[in-house]
Structure formats: C-alpha cells, structure tokens
Ligand binder design. Structure first.
Ligand SMILES: [Zn+2]
Length: 286
C-alpha cells in the first residue's frame, strides 16, 4: 500500500479505516472500509430495505441504491448508514451536467449524517470519497470554462476589446464558481486538489480587469500553502499536466503566514510606541 500523496509505503493493518503516512502525514482513507462497514451492519436491527440498498451499492448499481436508500430516509431519517450511502451513490452518479444539484444534495446528506454521529468512522471515508469524486468533476468543469474563456479572448480581442473582456470574464466567473465548489469538498487526492488550485490561479491570471473572485483565489493559495508546508510541492509538480507546468504558478513563494506574523509584530511595536509616548506626555505634565 502506497501513500496517495508522496508514494511512501504505508505501514499498519491492511484492514484499517485509514493510514497516516509517516513521511508526509497525509491521511490515506481505505475505500475498502466502505465495504467492510456494510458487512459489519446487523441488518436484523435495521430497516429491512437497507440491506437491499447497500447490496445494490456494492454491486455498483448506484441508481437503484440511491432510490432504495432515499425511500428508507423518507420513513426513517435517523439511519446514518442510509444518509452516508445515499451521499456516496449520489457522488458516483455526478457528472458535469448535474454537478450543482448533486453537490448540494451530497452536502446536505453528509450534514444529516454528521448530526446523527459526527465521529462515525465510515463518515470520514465517505467524505474523502465524495470529496475526490466531486473534486474531479469540478476540476473538469473549471478546465472546460478556462478553455472557453481563452478561446473567447483570442477570437474577440482584436475585433471588439470590450466584448472580449466581457465574454472572457463571464466564462471565468463560472470557472470560479466550480473552483469554490471543488475546494469546499476538500479533495484529499493531491492530483485533484492540485489541478483545482492551479486552474484557479490560471483563471485569475486570465481575468481581465479587477477580479471580483479574489476570495476564491486566496482559498486556492491557502490550499497551496498547506501543500507546501507538508513538503508535497515537488510531488504536486510531478503530478501536474504539462500545460500547467509551463506556467510556473506553484513557484510563487508561500509567505502568507510570515506576512501575518510581521503585521502582528508591527502592530505590537506601534502600540508600545504609543504607550511610551503617552507616558512621556504624562511625565511632562506632572
Ligand atoms: Zn505520504
């Protein structure tokens, strides 16, 4: 078993729910745990349809699984497994065209499961799987919009500059929306997360005029900082597609934290100076 992020050999029980890499500290979720969990459920104590739904899930029939599990939830909304596997089935059925609807559903299913038992072990695995599945599709959507935006710019730039800007930014705004969705799913697959980050930075570069989506851009930069702090920047670079490598985007130094520290030191110095000045004034007056 190898670490998804750095490729180091993972040690420990092969049936564990997750392994933490001893080199890069990345938590690697064991997708097999979702099957193990199904076999550990005591179906005698649950809704009689649950087993049918989960067998359908195991067989990869996500449409059937989702149908059955949703029926269970209408009657009994306290079944955490039904919420989790409905979220998973929905994630496996997500594509570019139904992304937003699926995203919202999965978020709410996971929230329901969390409200029943936040620490349920299977929930962590499910969140990881959903995050990577949706992250991958968000990435495809961003990629597509970025390509549209580039084409719009090249085809209108010399004809009508205002139209070119308008078209380009319109396409990019959709890309930023998907970047926000993708980042909020917290994919832990370095390739998926890395591509979302780089694409977001590329979209920012292409944006004409003042980009109103700066908040999403800084979310992407923060995620890149975390990757760098975990010592995975080199690995990310090796995973990226050639097109993104040329941009040298991940070479930007991660100094946000230092800036924050520096600003704090500056503030403290200013305060200290102020206090000294006031004391000085008081001493003169006395
Ligand atoms: Zn690792």
């Amino acid at each position: 078993m190898e670490c998804n992020a750095c490729g180091a050999i993972l040690e420990g029980d092969s049936l564990a729910r997750a392994w933490t890499c001893s080199y890069c500290k990345t938590v690697n979720h064991n997708k097999e745990f979702l099957k193990q969990h199904i076999s550990s459920i005591d179906f005698a104590k649950t809704h009689n349809l649950l087993q049918v739904g989960l067998v359908a899930y195991e067989c990869g029939d996500y449409v059937k699984a989702k149908d059955i599990l949703e029926k269970i939830l209408i009657e009994d909304s306290s079944n955490i497994d039904a919420w989790i596997y409905t979220a998973l089935s929905t994630a496996f059925l997500t594509n570019i065209s139904n992304f937003e609807e699926s995203f919202n559903k999965i978020k709410s299913y996971i929230k329901k499961a969390e409200s029943i038992d936040y620490g349920a072990p299977v929930l962590y695995t499910a969140k990881s799987v959903c995050g990577n599945l949706l992250g991958e599709i968000a990435k495809k959507n961003i990629e597509r919009q970025y390509d549209f935006a580039k084409k719009s710019w090249f085809s209108y730039e010399s004809v009508d500059i205002n139209k070119a800007k308008h078209k380009t930014n319109e396409e990019l705004s959709v890309a930023f929306k998907y970047a926000d969705y993708g980042l909020s799913m917290k994919p832990d697959d370095l390739k998926v997360l890395g591509a979302i980050i780089i694409l977001t930075l590329l979209c920012d570069q292409l944006y004409k005029g003042n980009n109103p989506h700066k908040e999403i851009v800084s979310k992407a930069k923060d995620a890149l900082c975390v990757i760098e702090q975990n010592g995975l920047k080199e690995k990310l670079y090796s995973l990226l597609d050639l097109e993104y490598k040329e941009q040298n985007l991940i070479d930007s130094k991660c100094n946000k934290k230092n800036d924050g520290c520096f600003a704090q030191v500056k503030m403290i110095c200013l305060w200290a100076l102020g206090v000294v000045f006031i004391l000085f004034l008081i001493s003169i007056l006395i």
